[in-house]
Design a protein around this ligand. Structure first.
Ligand code: NPW
Ligand code: K
Length: 467
């Protein structure tokens, strides 16, 4: 599991370690990890040219000490400082190693010709969101050069992943001790580039925000026991699609029929049912299920289909509520459910502007999960799965090629199959989303895909996970 801790949790864990270690040792550990990551990017430090952006705190200190390491190894290192006082020992170390530092001046400071990369040490976890004017000017001066952010790209809101003001956009972020929320949650995560974690040996408490890794998904995936039969593996019912939107029914069934539960029932328009069975002959009609998927392509029937599903919910049958059915959900739900809105659908459900949801997806997904007393899967580049108790899992698999019609129908069906197989709504939604993203990446292989390709790639992803 990749855990994302809050600034308060990181500070508390650092305090414990700082009390046990000689002064400066923790920062030295961070700075060496940072320097090594930069060397890996440069190929060789000798003859390289690096520009440090150095703010007033320990984030700037990390940059200065890393710069000293690089300078000792033959790199030309220059620092632009953004405060009257920067980390004194760090600045001394840089100068002693042959590096230079000067106060940034928007009128005259320019990156030296041949600069290979820029290190953003303006602010880290002690920074307020946004950048001061001189930092904005410096950021704009180095446009086009690769940027390595120290701990976080300066200017992002570390604990929420929001970017309410100007910020640095990095190619690589080198962070320390643990991931922070901004590394996983958009829009800040999109400003981090690739995130590299340097271990500091911190002892950390459980985190509310996490991202499943392949080993976690493999452990959670349902797999048939030796005595299994189709009913013990769970039956999922699909109420999706209509004569106007037959494809929604077909794709929801495709997502459910990837072999992760024992049987799939399709309940809907007779003509659609015939087409479903032409493609998926194993699919049967109405009957008892262990989970429902409802909504996509149901149009004017959405409210009635949702009501039918929620009636079964009274006896504990969980459901996935998607697309057209989302508009008919009233809060709070009284049966186990996964809601799967994109930002526009969540906006319509909650009356909040879509742009506000996209600017603060973590806060809005959490609030919706509490309001509806259900798991809310908010779709996005990094999909968020929020539980009513405040826990959030971030999906980091996927590819931009997954932004294609019907991919959401496949996802709903997949999550429904996992619910039917016995996963709880939080696990079903987060595992389903992870597998869906991984299947898209596998199917895409760098090229275009359509929704049915994602469903077709699910068994191969599962096979690799269980191998
Ligand atoms: N603790 C440890 O053991 C370890 C910590 N480590 C490192 O320390 C970093 C945290 O260091 P930190 O606490 O010194 O805070 P930091 O992020 O440098 O910034 C605070 C300073 O910035 C200022 N400021 C605030 N907002 C601003 C803005 N928007 N624009 C401009 N200025 C702004 C604020 O001053 P103020 O304006 O509030 O007077 C304050 O002076 C952490 O991210 C990691 O890199 C590692 O070495 C591992 C060991
Ligand atoms: K930074």
């Amino acid at each position: 599991m990749r855990h994302a801790h809050t600034v308060e949790q990181v500070r508390a864990a650092e305090d414990v370690l700082l009390a046990r270690m000689p002064e400066g040792a923790l920062m030295a550990r961070a700075a060496h990890g940072l320097a090594q990551a930069i060397i890996d990017l440069l190929g060789s430090p000798y003859g390289g040219r690096v520009l440090l952006l150095v703010g007033p705190g320990n984030n700037g200190g990390d940059a200065l000490f890393a710069g000293a390491v690089l300078a000792r190894r033959g790199c030309q290192v220059e620092a632009w400082t953004f405060a009257d006082r920067v980390h004194e020992e760090g600045e001394r170390a840089l100068r002693a190693a042959g590096g230079r530092s000067s106060r940034f001046d928007a009128a005259t400071s320019r990156p030296a010709p041949g600069t290979d990369l820029v290190v953003d040490g303006i602010v880290g976890i002690g920074g307020r969101p946004g950048l001061k004017p001189d930092a904005i000017a410096a950021r704009d001066q180095v446009t086009g050069l690769p940027v390595v952010a120290v701990d976080v790209p300066s200017g992002v809101d570390v604990d929420s992943g929001e970017t309410p003001g100007p910020h640095v956009t990095a190619d690589v972020t080198v962070t320390f001790g643990t991931h922070k929320v901004a590394h996983l949650v958009d829009p800040a995560a999109a400003a981090c580039g690739a995130v590299h974690l340097v271990d500091l040996g911190l002892a950390l408490p459980p985190a509310d925000v996490e991202a499943l890794q392949p080993v976690d998904v493999a452990a959670l995936l349902p797999r048939p026991g030796t005595q299994a039969h189709k009913y013990t593996r769970g039956v999922v019912g699909i109420r999706a699609g209509s004569s106007d939107y037959p494809g929604a029914g077909l794709l929801s069934v495709a997502g459910a029929s990837t072999g992760l539960c024992g049987m799939v029932r399709y309940v809907g328009d007779a003509a659609v049912a015939t087409r479903v069975r032409d493609v998926h002959p194993e699919v049967v009609g109405d009957g008892r299920v262990q989970a429902w998927v409802v909504g996509s392509g149901t149009g004017p029937h959405a409210a009635a289909e949702l009501a039918a599903v929620l009636r079964d919910g009274e006896s504990g049958v969980p459901c996935v509520i998607d697309a057209d059915a989302l508009a008919h959900v009233t809060a709070p739900l009284t049966s186990p459910a996964v809601l799967t809105p994109h930002a526009g659908e969540l906006a319509a459900m909650t009356g909040v502007d879509r742009a506000d949801i996209e600017a603060a997806p973590l806060a809005h997904a959490r609030r919706a999960a509490m309001t509806y007393d259900a798991v809310v899967l908010l779709k996005g580049r990094h999909t968020l799965v929020a539980a009513p108790d405040g826990r959030v899992r971030v999906t980091t698999t996927g590819t931009p090629w997954l932004a294609t019609a019907g991919a959401g129908d496949v996802l709903g069906g997949l999550i429904g199959a996992l619910l039917a197989a016995g996963l709880d709504p939080f696990d079903a939604a987060s595992v389903g989303s992870w597998v869906h993203g991984a299947a898209a990446t596998l199917a895409s292989d760098g090229g275009p895909i359509v929704a049915v390709d994602v469903a077709s790639a699910v068994p191969a992803v599962v096979r690799r996970l269980l191998a």
